[in-house]
Ligand binder design. Structure first.
Ligand SMILES: C[S@@+](CC[C@H](N)C(=O)[O-])C[C@H]1O[C@@H](n2cnc3c(N)ncnc32)[C@H](O)[C@@H]1O
Length: 224
């Protein structure tokens, strides 16, 4: 793989190390553990329990390996809720790279192999119904250039950390990102830097700091 290496994290699931960004895509303490804890438990499940909506739209910054999308798909099936998902990704991994990841085995989800592979088969999709509960879009675009009239219930903010991509964790970039959230919408991320939390607060979000996954004290949730 040019510029990307597969790494085994401590929970037995893979992540990718990017030479370009000199960073892993997930916590080395556990990729699946982190994604489930941050985005599913404190993002999707939190929103669902609070709002009890049967139709939920999600915008993800950084589709990457597709792990957050795949866990959301699994959640939509187990909870019987309908998810409309849009993943943004400027540097999609190839199908060969995807095939080296062990998420299907680690999550004992071989019955969903075809769907997960489809997510990676093309660089872009518009409203592709991958399952009766899951409609999928993917856009090959730089976050900085993304624009939309659609508003989302949840934003999964999974860019690289502020050490690497500081401008994405600051205003004015966050002004535009937060504008894609509906009222009562949830902005969820693993990041918890003070300046970032203050920026979200100044944009009118109510900030909460749930405990982090292993290796991280806290994470950030903003409610609009
Ligand atoms: C921390 S990883 C996210 C991993 C992903 N959510 C997953 O579960 O694998 C960040 C992702 O954002 C993408 N990315 C980084 N900078 C970007 C930019 N400016 N615009 C669009 N995508 C970007 C990277 O290619 C990478 O896939």
């Amino acid at each position: 793989m040019t510029g990307k290496k597969i790494i085994l994290t401590e929970d037995g699931s893979n992540t990718i190390y990017s030479d370009k960004f000199q960073s892993t895509y997930h916590s080395t303490h556990g990729a699946i553990q982190e994604s489930k804890h941050v985005f599913i438990k404190h993002g999707l499940d939190y929103y669902y329990n609070k709002n009890n909506k049967q139709k939920i739209s999600i915008l993800e910054y950084g589709f990457g390996t597709g792990l957050n999308a795949f866990l959301s798909l699994k959640h939509s099936i187990s909870k019987k809720i309908n998810i409309n998902y849009l993943g943004l990704e400027a540097y999609p991994i190839s199908l060969d790279e995807y095939k080296k990841l062990n998420y299907l085995q680690a999550l004992k989800s071989s019955e969903l192999q075809d769907i997960f592979e489809l997510m990676h088969s093309k660089e872009q999709y518009i409203n592709k119904k991958l399952h009766k509960h899951f409609t999928f879009s993917k856009e090959k675009i730089k976050f900085e250039n993304f624009s939309s009239d659609t508003r989302f219930d949840i934003i999964y903010f999974d860019a690289f950390s502020p050490d690497i991509q500081n401008h994405l964790w600051e205003r004015p970039f966050l002004d535009k990102t937060v504008s894609f959230l509906k009222q009562n919408g949830v902005f969820i991320t693993y990041g918890a830097k003070g300046t970032f939390k203050r920026a979200l607060k100044s944009l009118g979000l109510k900030i909460e700091n749930p405990p982090g996954p292993p290796g991280k004290r806290e994470i950030t949730r903003g409610v609009r």
